[in-house]
Design a protein around this ligand. Structure first.
Ligand code: NAD
Ligand code: DAU
Length: 369
């Protein structure tokens, strides 16, 4: 690798290259698909290649609105397949990798951690090796690794929010596998000069969120008149960010972030789970034309806690705000309204996802509650 320009300015070699050619791993998943839509809308001349294995969480229909976008190509494939990854990077002359592909659900990582180590650690390693091999002597390229605040572990009620220098203390197989991948990405910058960027973001929500996650699960169960399972005492705190705000942050980091740097991304919206569920119930009562059970809050059921359940996450996002001028634009109230309206209008999207395999998973997590 040649020396890397670490200035956050708009005349970087990456900026001068137009159009850019992106590989988006995991682009058929929740955040990846929102990111592809964001990028196609804001940089329509850029080439976007999506590489996605279409696991249970990947869905071709998440990209349906871009079917006629001339600069988008979808490739079904595994990030652990080095030959396939290298062929794609070479054939498409990729200069930006936006790496979203992962096993992403904590409860599934507790049921079976193996897939998390394979995709999150081995898959990220495979991408890094491929990029190192093919991007030798190039500073006009970027490897963005999309990671999570969960790598920092759990906060007490009065602890300060996570900063980029908070020591890693992952508590679930999911967060441990993401922490491992973050360390590999960091090492490839320091050892090989690969122009990497890492983002650690809090809980996203919005359209295309798979039904297993808290917010879509609550919305869908309310529509079906099913119990709303709240883990433990419901006092766990998460920070919520509307997914399109996350995508804007990632765009800023790709364009103006300094290689080798980490940026925390958060919504400044710390909420206890039980309070969030109450807000969702009230919005559903207001927005849904008909509900099997009204008020929806009558469905709230406290269930057995998640093992190793982190108590609180909070993000200090001052670095990305100051260095790159990013701030969230959607309030939690607005974002939840938009999300709920989206789920009300898109039962044709979420109904097929409640498959037999999903019911098996649901049984395993919630049966002994
Ligand atoms: P998701 O589970 O919705 O999507 C993951 C996507 O990756 C799916 O399309 C899946 O098919 C694909 N994939 C899985 N294994 C693959 C493999 N081996 N090869 C190729 N593709 C594969 O996840 P998400 O919620 O969109 O999260 C995306 C990224 O953002 C993850 O890296 C996650 O750790 C991170 N993140 C998520 C959140 C959140 O709140 N959802 C917050 C911060 C960071
Ligand atoms: O913080 C970022 C992380 O946010 C991402 O890295 C993960 O990929 C993403 O899945 C998310 O992890 P969480 O475990 O925080 O999200 P989840 O939606 O699974 O749960 C949110 C909170 O709600 C958590 O405290 C557990 C609780 N919960 C969840 C479910 C599914 C319940 O009380 N009941 C439930 O049924």
């Amino acid at each position: 690798m040649t020396s890397i320009n670490s200035n956050s300015n708009s005349s970087s070699p990456l900026e001068q290259r137009q159009p850019r050619r992106l590989l988006v791993t995991g682009g058929a998943g929740f955040i990846g698909a929102n990111f592809v839509q964001h990028w196609a809308e804001t940089h329509p001349d850029d080439r976007i290649v999506v590489l996605d294995a279409l696991t249970y969480a990947g869905n071709r229909s998440n990209l349906q609105s871009l079917e006629n976008h001339a600069n988008l190509r979808f490739v079904q494939g595994d990030i652990c397949d080095r030959a396939a990854v290298e062929t794609l990077l070479q054939a498409e002359e990729i200069d930006i990798i936006a790496h979203f592909a992962a096993e992403s659900h904590v409860d599934r990582s507790i049921l079976g951690p193996g897939a998390f180590i394979q995709t999150n650690v081995v898959g990220t390693f495979t991408l890094l090796e491929s990029a190192r091999h093919l991007w030798q002597n190039r500073s006009d390229v970027r490897f963005l690794h999309v990671s999570t605040d969960e790598v920092y572990g759990s906060l007490g009620p009065d602890d300060p929010a996570f900063t980029e220098t908070t020591p890693y203390a992952p508590n679930s197989p999911y967060s441990a596998s993401k922490a491992g991948s973050d360390h590999l990405v960091r090492a490839y910058y320091h050892t090989y000069g690969l122009p990497t960027l890492i983002t650690n973001c809090s809980n996203n929500y919005g359209p295309y969120h798979f039904p297993e996650k808290l917010i879509p699960l609550m919305c869908i169960n309310i529509l079906l008149g099913k119990p709303l399972p709240v883990y433990g005492d419901g006092q766990n705190v998460r920070d919520w960010l509307y997914v399109r705000d996350h995508c804007r942050a990632l765009d800023r980091v790709i364009h103006a972030g300094s290689p080798g740097q980490t940026y925390n991304v958060g919504g400044n919206n710390e909420v206890k789970n039980i309070d969030l569920v109450h807000i969702i119930c009230e919005l559903m009562d207001e927005l849904a034309p008909s509900l099997p059970v009204r008020p929806a809050k009558d469905l709230i059921t406290f269930v057995k806690d998640r093992p190793g359940h982190d108590r609180r996450y909070a993000i200090d996002a001052s670095k990305i705000e100051t260095a790159l001028g990013w701030t969230p634009s959607v309030t939690l109230e607005e974002g939840l309204r938009q999300t709920i309206v989206w789920y009300l209008k898109h039962s044709n999207w979420w109904q097929p996802l409640l498959s037999e395999a999903y019911q098996d998973y649901y049984q395993k997590v919630y049966a002994h509650s």
